[in-house]
Design a protein around this ligand. Structure first.
Ligand code: TEU
Length: 528
């Protein structure tokens, strides 16, 4: 069977760049687009296929770019439209792809559209946002809670109505029920597709439409602590409405009008049975939803096995899986499972069936960085201090070498570097046989060398003493992955004629299936 015609995003590996923290070229302590350009050869050499850039659009930065003031331009802190054009061209010259971040649920309150919308009740753009009268007693229209805490409604004294914001009050929600707004946002996608962008990660896609009539959300009894106040409620009326599927199908249709297998990856935090509906149907495809299962799972062979099985069971026919270990909102993998297990996690991510996304810095084992109170930048932390919801720790600047500020900037970095940057940086790890970076390069090279790892079927094996194992099979080749998710040695009963291809540990693995503490191995099963 030929697999040559599979779209690039099925076989490829995505790498998330948080542009503020990648490479500064101007000395302002904030990364920029020329910085990304300067590091493209590093990414090519690492072996990834596509870069996704978190938002680079003009923004007051109330939520570090997720508050967009102009969807069709570049923030001067990051560069210019000419810089993005150069970057697109340079990415393509290297045979890679570039994805941008589309933020359709809300704009900045400084967007021209919102300025017009709030200027008067009869402004033509009034209905581009979600306005609502106060209750007779002057109270908020309903009980919806914003993601950063407090009511989702903000009073606008000038026009005497509330507007809705699922996140900060500086991020008013757009009204996708308004056809003109909808058309304007589709034009935004066209603007970037026409410039050659290969796709988008779509921010909070499941939030995009709200229930008509704005009913109160029911209260939830089991309080999910880490996630904050908003999760005291079941998010039934403010998120995941049927109309969201029509919109994602429309976006998909637009993308399909372009050549080159453009991809749309939806950021959706929902239980699997609801999540997978965003694949759409073969007749009406939607998006590739991010699967955040590995971010939340308890780190044991049994729990990860159950997670993979559960996701596989709900995946619709033809639905291509997706796996993620971390992003700019969630604790880093090295922080969650420890440095030793982070190596095993990397092998898991890059050998599972599906499109993996690597979060910048995870390839060198960056930790979560403790932020002193006077350096906190994230509104989530500023509004809920000390609750552990801050995202600055996972956004620290990339340490490239042992020069000042890790080679990230000539100025003062906007967030503190990892304290061990003089030894944990790209240059040091590039020369170390046993480093996390070398492991990532080997895993990515192995994935490229074996189509089986890219496209093969997956067959989960029963867990044996803390070892998670699965086979990947394609066109007569069988690879076996055995992952010791414990800090103790473990034994896995190997099939005959198994030959090790790669261990997560620097020296050769045992040939009898015994795994060292925190070791993962990829084997090829040779035919007798
Ligand atoms: O994140 C939405 C999201 O899923 C939330 O979990 C959010 O990260 C967290 O609760 C904040 O406290 C996306 C972006 O990834 C995030 O950076 C933005 O802040 C958010 O949307 C609003 O655009």
């Amino acid at each position: 069977m030929s697999h040559d015609r599979e779209p690039w995003w099925k076989t490829g590996v995505v790498y998330q760049v948080y542009p503020r923290s990648f490479q500064d070229t101007t000395g302002d302590g904030i990364g920029d687009l020329p910085g990304v350009l300067a590091r493209l050869d590093y990414l090519k050499d690492l072996g990834i296929d596509a870069l996704w850039l978190s938002p680079i659009f003009p923004s007051p930065m109330a939520d570090f770019g997720y508050d967009v003031a102009d969807y069709c331009n570049v923030d001067p802190r990051f560069g210019t439209l000419a810089d993005i054009d150069r970057l697109i061209a340079a990415v393509h010259e290297r045979g890679m792809r570039l994805l941008l971040d589309f933020v359709p649920n809300h704009s900045s309150d400084q967007h021209q559209w919102f300025k017009e919308s709030r200027s008067s009740r009869d402004n033509p753009k009034r209905d581009w946002y979600i306005w609502h009268d106060a209750r007779p007693d002057g109270g908020v229209p309903n009980n919806w809670i914003s993601d950063f805490g407090g009511s989702s409604w903000e009073w606008d004294a000038a026009t005497g109505q509330y507007y809705l914001h699922a996140f900060l009050k500086e991020q008013p929600d757009l009204n996708w029920r308004n056809p003109d707004l909808r058309a304007a946002m589709m034009d935004v996608l066209r603007f970037w597709f026409d410039r050659g962008v290969d796709g988008f990660r779509i921010d909070v896609l499941w939030h995009i439409v709200k229930a008509e009539g704005f009913p109160d959300n029911p209260r939830k009894l089991d309080h999910v602590q880490r996630m904050g106040e908003m999760f005291d409620q079941l998010q039934v009326y403010n998120t995941n409405q049927p109309e969201a599927h029509e919109i994602s199908a429309e976006m998909r249709e637009l993308a399909d009008g372009y050549t080159g297998d453009r991809v749309l990856i939806g950021e959706i935090y929902l239980p699997f049975e609801d999540l997978v509906k965003y694949y759409g149907t073969p007749e009406r495809p939607e998006v590739l939803p991010f699967n955040f299962g590995l971010i939340n799972v308890e780190w044991s062979a049994e729990a990860v096995h159950a997670l993979i099985a559960e996701y596989d069971a709900v995946l619709p026919p033809g639905g291509w899986p997706n796996w993620v270990l971390g992003n700019h909102d969630r604790p880093r993998i090295a922080h969650r499972v420890g440095e030793a297990q982070a190596r095993v996690a990397a092998m898991l991510l890059l050998t599972l069936r599906g499109t993996p996304t690597v979060y910048y810095g995870d390839e060198i084992g960056l930790p979560d960085v403790t932020i002193p109170p006077d350096r906190v930048m994230d509104p989530a932390e500023l509004r809920n201090p000390g609750k552990g919801v801050g995202r600055d720790p996972v956004r620290s600047p990339m340490p490239w070498d042992a020069s000042a500020h890790g080679g990230f900037t000539n100025g003062e970095p906007w967030l503190p570097m990892n304290p061990d940057w003089p030894t944990r940086n790209v240059a040091v790890e590039a020369d170390q046989d046993g480093s996390m970076l070398t492991l990532h390069k080997r895993l990515l090279a192995l994935r490229r060398a074996h189509r089986t790892l890219q496209l093969g079927d997956i067959h989960l094996k029963p867990v044996q003493g803390g070892v998670l194992a699965y086979e990947r099979r394609l066109d007569g080749e069988t690879l076996l992955v055995t992952l010791n998710l414990t800090a103790e040695p473990a034994l896995y009963a190997l099939p005959a004629l198994s030959r090790a291809l790669l261990s997560t540990l620097p020296d050769d693995p045992a040939t009898d299936g015994s795994l060292r503490a925190n070791e993962g191995v990829v084997w090829v099963l040779e035919r007798g």
